[in-house]
Write a protein that binds this ligand. Structure first.
Ligand code: PEP
Ligand code: MN
Length: 338
């Protein structure tokens, strides 16, 4: 059960609702959003009684009994699509969002060159990892703060909005000063302390699906961020682990339509990590957009063979340009825009 307080609800009215719920024998959790405060009643079984007691109270706008385990992330709670504002851009509206760039920031020179090329092709967002969650501790781990400074210079030069992954709670304040979207990687999808921390900031969060996570577990992870008061969550389907080995992961093409049914949150597709092979990236990207995704995140590198990470799945800029032309045509066919 969720109780939405009205825009003008006073703090003492919110307190009164919490006290009353406690008297009825339930715990509460409060999410103070930018505009409205929401009081969650944990494990509400006697819905009729709660409605009867709480509905007439001052400051209460409405009560929504939500059956799914994720509440704030559910369509029931928020029937219209969420459009996440990112600087001058948005993710989740009619216009598709394309994020492109290298897996990792390697040097200023390469970052500025790639940023210029992806912008020219039509991307509005630049990706680049500075803290890399590598499977091996001996692989390149990223440039850290120096990488963030390089990204900020790329934004100054191109106007592209920045996306980078944050892998530790202690890095969240620093990374938030530099970038426009905080990425939570597949390996950290259930790092609940990290999810709570990014939930306390208002920065948009790009939440990747864990490699063995069900859609419900993924939406529950989004719920952690939303429950802390950050409504700006973008989901990212990046492939799940199956028995198939010719691709790095298996793109779950069911994700866009199923998530659209279950949740109001925008969803983008990562065909680079889903396939692990640049030869399959464009086909998966086209399929993702045709299936209803709100955008793409694509790894692009000028010299994939020399890349410090994920070169095998990185597109050369000309291949990325080709993809953008294809996506533009698909967008037109399905009533969207690139
Ligand atoms: C990445 O985006 O470079 C990355 C590590 O992705 P994922 O968390 O999906 O593996
Ligand atoms: Mn990568």
């Amino acid at each position: 059960m969720i109780i939405t307080m009205s825009l003008t609800a006073a703090p003492r009215e919110i307190e009164a609702v919490k006290t009353k719920i406690k008297e009825l024998g339930y715990e509460t959790r409060v999410s103070a959003g930018e505009k409205k405060t929401v009081v969650h009643v944990i494990g509400a079984t006697d819905r009729d009684r709660i409605i009867k007691v709480i509905e007439p109270m001052a400051g209460v706008e409405n009560l929504i009994p939500i059956l799914s385990p994720f509440k704030l992330a559910s369509r029931e709670f928020h029937p219209t699509d969420t459009i996440v504002p990112v600087g001058v851009h948005t993710i989740g509206g009619r216009e598709l969002a394309v994020i492109a760039g290298p897996c990792a920031v390697e040097s200023e020179e390469m970052m500025l060159e790639i940023a210029g090329l992806v912008k020219e092709a039509g991307a509005k967002f630049l990706r680049g990892g500075v803290f890399k969650p590598r499977s091996s501790p001996y692989s390149f781990q990223g440039l850290g703060e120096k990488g963030l400074e390089i990204m900020a210079r790329a934004r100054e030069k191109t106007g592209l909005s920045l996306v980078t992954e944050v892998i530790s709670e202690i890095d969240v304040p620093l990374v938030s000063q530099y970038v426009d979207i905080l990425q939570i990687g597949a390996r950290n999808m259930q790092n609940f302390a990290l999810l709570r921390t990014v939930g306390r900031f208002q920065k948009p969060v790009l939440l990747k699906r864990g490699m063995s996570a069900t859609m419900e577990e993924w939406l529950m992870a989004a719920e952690y961020v939303l429950a802390e008061g950050n409504p700006n969550v973008i989901l990212c389907e990046r492939g799940i682990r199956t028995f198939e080995r010719y691709t790095r992961n298996t793109l779950d093409i069911s994700a866009p339509p199923v998530i659209e049914h279950l949740s109001h949150l925008p969803l983008i597709i990562d065909p680079s990590h889903a396939s692990g092979d640049w030869r399959y990236v464009n086909a998966l990207a086209r399929a993702g957009i045709a299936a209803g995704a709100d955008g793409l995140i694509i790894e692009v590198h000028t010299h994939p063979a020399q890349a410090l990470s994920d070169g095998k799945q990185s597109l050369k800029p000309e291949k990325f340009r080709e993809l953008m032309d294809e996506i533009r045509r698909i967008a037109e066919a399905i009533g969207r825009k690139l």
